[in-house]
Design a protein. Structure first.
Length: 434
């Protein structure tokens, strides 16, 4: 009895550590796409459920998939900006068509991705993450004002709520450690919403109208459609996620004293691909490893996969209860905007952190970063710049994230993978000397 209580408590701790990151993505994307309260409730519910399924897919260890480590999966923040951009241009159906194809792509390349990692060194992944974070900031600012098109946009009450939420998050982050710091965003959303209740800004009808139980259904938002630029975008997102997951796998392998082989990596990538594919089919999100739970394992010292299995089962159970999901949908947009500034800023910060380790290695890296971020931000701000190009080229230029990412990949090949004339002469002289 005592052991089961302890296991449950540890499972809940992992659930709370990832919950804010899990539910904030559907809230942001659903809000940006203009989904109704019912649709948003479904999106949150299915996301929670799929987080559980994706987690269980990874912690198992069979011949075909699963890294077999105590890893928790959630929807990747890297996909937020691209999904909003795709939805705004082509509609919701194109988002899920692109996610399905990207999932299949990951499954196909899982056996070989270890060899493809050389095309995604930190200079590329860091640039991509930075570009994604920068392109998300305008979304946060709009929400801080009350949401684009809101009748009271920029009102004192909305701005006060947004900054009050942000200040609370910063205070919790400053004066707490460990678990409390890990859930500072969640605490900020809760406190901000409570204050909003007293200001008359919370509508409880979505919670009252939501059912206690529902069955999930594939293609809830309609049959998927397939657009090339959307597909390329989500494949790039998937590749960046795989690179990030690889780091998590090795970190957990070190914590659990397990040697990570190429076969283990392939099964881990395949499980992630299956999770992304299912996310597309059930209209959820692409899924990746959550590093905050790795930190929790390190802090607690509890490395058992059974605890993570329990967390996954809890997430699945919660996913069948729309009433719980509906609670998250009543958060006012201004409160959400205050939290978004911290979260999206952290995405930019993470990208800068990745780049800071390699920017001084060479002038070439500096040029790759400068051009890729410049291109990504430029196309985001002035998307019509390449409108006169043939449609086949616009696959790579119509979206700032794709344009910046492709620029980083190509320049990395040119500067870091193709030997320069000087390097060739050095190789030749060394061979002659030998």
């Amino acid at each position: 009895m005592k052991n089961s209580f302890k296991a449950t408590a540890l499972g809940i701790q992992h659930l709370l550590a990832m919950y804010a990151g899990a539910v904030i993505v559907p809230l942001i994307v659903g809000d940006a796409l203009g989904l109704s309260a019912t649709q948003l409730t479904y999106l949150v519910s299915i996301d929670i459920l799929m987080c559980g399924i994706a987690t269980i897919l990874q912690i198992v260890n069979n011949r075909f998939f699963g890294i077999g480590l105590p890893v928790v999966l959630g929807c990747t923040f890297t996909a937020v900006g691209p999904m909003i951009a795709i939805g705004g241009e082509y509609g919701v159906s194109a988002i899920y068509g692109a996610i399905i194809v990207s999932g299949l792509f990951v499954i196909v390349i899982s056996q070989f991705f270890g060899k493809m990692v050389k095309f995604f060194p930190p200079v590329v992944t860091g640039s991509v993450v930075t570009i994604i974070g920068i392109t998300l900031i305008p979304v946060a600012i709009n929400n801080m004002g009350g949401g684009q098109g809101a009748s009271d946009f920029g009102s004192l009450s909305n701005v006060s709520l947004a900054f009050g939420t942000l200040v609370f998050i910063l205070l919790v982050y400053k004066f707490s450690t460990g678990f409390m710091r890990a859930i500072s965003i969640l605490l900020g959303l809760i406190v901000g919403t409570i204050v909003s209740v007293f200001m008359g800004k919370v509508d409880f009808s979505p919670v009252l109208d939501a059912s206690f139980f529902h069955m999930v259904q594939p293609f809830y938002f309609g049959m998927p459609t397939f657009e090339w630029s959307a597909i390329v975008t989500m494949i790039l997102v998937a590749m960046v996620s795989l690179v990030e997951s690889t780091g998590v796998y090795f970190a957990l392998g070190d914590i659990t004293n397990k040697r990570i082989s190429k076969e283990n990596l392939s099964k881990g990538y395949r499980a992630e691909g299956i999770a992304v594919l299912l996310g597309g089919i059930f209209n959820a999100f692409p899924y990746t490893t959550f590093s905050q739970n790795v930190g929790l394992i390190q802090m607690s010292g509890v490395k058992s996969r059974k605890i993570i299995l329990l967390t996954g089962l809890m997430l699945i159970m919660l996913g069948f209860v729309p009433k719980i999901a509906a609670i998250t949908t009543i958060i006012p947009e201004a409160v959400l905007g205050g939290a978004m500034i911290a979260m999206f800023g952290m995405v930019v910060s993470q990208g800068i952190k990745m780049l800071s380790k390699i920017i001084s290695d060479s002038q070439e890296n500096s040029m790759i970063i400068a051009c890729s971020i410049g291109m990504g931000l430029g196309v985001t701000v002035v998307p019509e710049i390449f409108a006169q190009l043939p449609s086949s080229f616009q696959i790579l230029t119509s979206n700032g994230i794709v344009a910046g990412s492709v620029t980083a990949i190509i320049l990395n090949i040119v500067f870091n993978m193709i030997p320069s004339r000087k390097e060739k002469l050095t190789i030749v002289s060394e061979q002659k000397a030998a």
